[in-house]
Design a protein around this ligand. Structure first.
Ligand code: ATP
Length: 503
């Protein structure tokens, strides 16, 4: 699994999808640059989202709010006081840990201990092995299982109660029974606010302190009435937005999964109070279908309903994806109640109510949110598409089987050789397609090499211009995934490609 992530990272770099940020200065932790193909893929993902959320929903409109907002926004939203992660430093190794993640690593160690015992027993007893029986009766496993439960309970209790001393004590106990760091020299556990702050203009001091937004949602909430009035929107309606968000993550690793600067694609859906759970179910299902339509495989997704809810939510679920590091959150769907609008009403002193002409009544709408990380979606698409295939003749190929609608190039146009007028003919075809499809002209190296190169960057179709083309105005189209070629008349190319690359 770890190797898979390494493969994805090196493939992304080799082919111009993602580079470490400021690499010539040895990079900056958790910051990445999208290269020439990465920028295309990212744009295509955004368009696919925007099209289905905004264009195809009559009652959803999109905005583009600024990253800087009035600082009171973040007081009202709760981010100044509560957008924290618990932090602990090891004084000897100078390593910094997110306390909850450190505890989870300990738990993982215990789980592995158990798994080892189970694997051993499986080998020993073969077909006769009954895992349930073994887990219930083997003293080591029973002890470990009880221990895991105890750690999990203590973790939940201390974190939920903000009991930082309790978190510290738990980590110290764990470091004795199954050490991760090997040393005992730790700082206390403290809360660490994840918002980046900076200063506005030339005024010094706290009055000028502003934040980089840690989520795009608040830009939607503060504009709720502007959009509703100017767009004459009727509840239920939605406001969508794609934009950067910034979080000073304590541990930022796992490539573009957890970055300090990332992009979100969020939509807030405003509904009548009391109808929020119905819409919550609607959006869960709609977003599920949206993901499945990408064709990465239904087995790659999993829903995780939250039991512990954030202070603003009355229902929440994650759509998890099977990343190279395992199943992890890709998108969050939250029923946020009227929390945000109410808070903004209170802090701003401005009414944020909607007059419902059908009910003849004013109210603060309830909100259902869908929030997906663009970079995480990018990683999901990239990692699920990257494959090492062994072909029938025993040779190997690396193929990036991106959904055609998302691929940076839809088509590569190639002349078989660089003579006999084939390049000219290929250029002519290339020029006739490039207005409508993102195309690449490719004449360097042998045809086999060129096909492999297009496979590796994920181009779904390659058009080869050969000598027969000059005779009968047909070309071959090679399918990236099946590697099969079919002959198509040049006159039909536009239609054939259009059918293949659109959702
Ligand atoms: P996590 O638990 O992984 O930190 P979260 O629950 O804090 O995520 P939300 O606040 O619900 O995330 O944000 C919505 C979405 O934004 C997430 O589902 C994820 O796709 C994306 N996201 C959040 N933090 C990051 C990050 N540091 N880097 C990249 N994407 C992120």
């Amino acid at each position: 699994k770890e190797d898979k992530l390494k493969d994805v990272i090196s493939h992304a770099k080799e082919y111009g999808y993602v580079f470490p940020s400021s690499e010539i200065y040895d990079g900056l932790a958790a910051a990445y640059d999208y290269g020439q193909l990465g920028a295309e893929l990212k744009n295509n993902i955004k368009q696919y989202w925007w099209k289905s959320m905004v264009q195809l929903h009559e009652n959803i409109v999109g905005i583009d709010a600024s990253i800087f907002m009035h600082p009171t926004t973040w007081k009202a939203s709760g981010h100044v006081d509560a957008f924290n992660d618990p932090l602990i430093d090891n004084k000897d190794s100078k390593k910094r840990y997110r306390a909850d993640v450190l505890i989870e690593e300990h738990i993982e160690k215990y789980v592995q201990k158990n798994n080892k015992e189970i694997e051993k027993a499986k080998k020993k007893f073969g077909d006769a092995f009954d895992e349930v029986q073994f887990v219930a009766t083997n003293p080591n496993v029973v002890r470990n299982t009880a221990k895991i439960r105890e750690i999990e309970d203590r973790m939940r209790e201390t974190l939920e109660n903000n009991d930082l001393e309790g978190v510290y004590n738990l980590i110290m106990d764990l470091e004795i029974v199954c050490p991760i760091s090997g040393t005992k020299n730790w700082t206390e556990v403290r809360q660490f606010n994840l918002m980046f702050s900076t200063e506005l203009g030339s005024v010094a001091g706290d009055a000028s302190k502003i934040y980089l937004r840690p989520e795009t949602a608040q830009g939607i909430f503060v504009n709720f009435l502007n959009v509703q009035k100017s767009g004459r929107m009727k509840v239920p309606f939605g406001i969508a937005q794609i934009g950067k968000a910034f979080r000073n993550e304590i541990i930022a690793r796992q490539f573009i999964f957890r970055m300090r600067e990332f992009e979100q694609m969020e939509m807030q859906f405003f509904v009548r109070p009391g109808e929020e759970l119905k819409w919550y179910e609607y959006w869960k299902e709609t977003r599920r279908k949206w993901h499945l339509a990408l064709g990465l495989g239904a087995e790659k997704y999993r829903f995780h309903d939250h039991i512990k809810l954030a202070h603003y939510a009355n229902a929440a679920a994650d759509i998890e994806f099977d990343f190279p590091m395992g199943f992890k959150e890709l998108e969050g769907i939250h029923s946020r109640t009227d929390f945000d609008l109410k808070q903004h009403e209170q802090f701003s002193g401005k009414k944020l109510q909607y007059f419902d002409p059908e009910l003849n009544q004013n109210y603060i709408p309830y909100v259902v949110e869908t929030s997906v990380g663009l970079d995480r979606l990018f990683l999901a698409v990239l990692s699920a598409s990257l494959k090492n295939e062994v072909l029938e003749d025993g040779s190997e190929r690396v193929v990036l089987s991106l959904p055609p609608a998302l691929a940076p190039y839809k088509v590569a146009v190639m002349p078989l050789t660089k003579k006999d007028g084939l390049p000219e003919k290929a250029q002519e075809i290339f020029n006739s397609l490039r207005m409508d499809f993102s195309c690449q002209y490719d004449e360097k190296d042998s045809p086999g090499k060129r096909y492999r190169r297009q496979d590796a960057i994920g181009t779904p179709y390659s058009i080869m211009v050969d000598h027969q083309t000059l005779e009968d105005n047909t070309v071959t189209i090679r399918d990236r995934d099946t590697m099969l070629q079919e002959r198509v008349a040049i006159a039909d190319l536009h239609r054939v490609i259009d059918q293949k690359v659109n959702f």
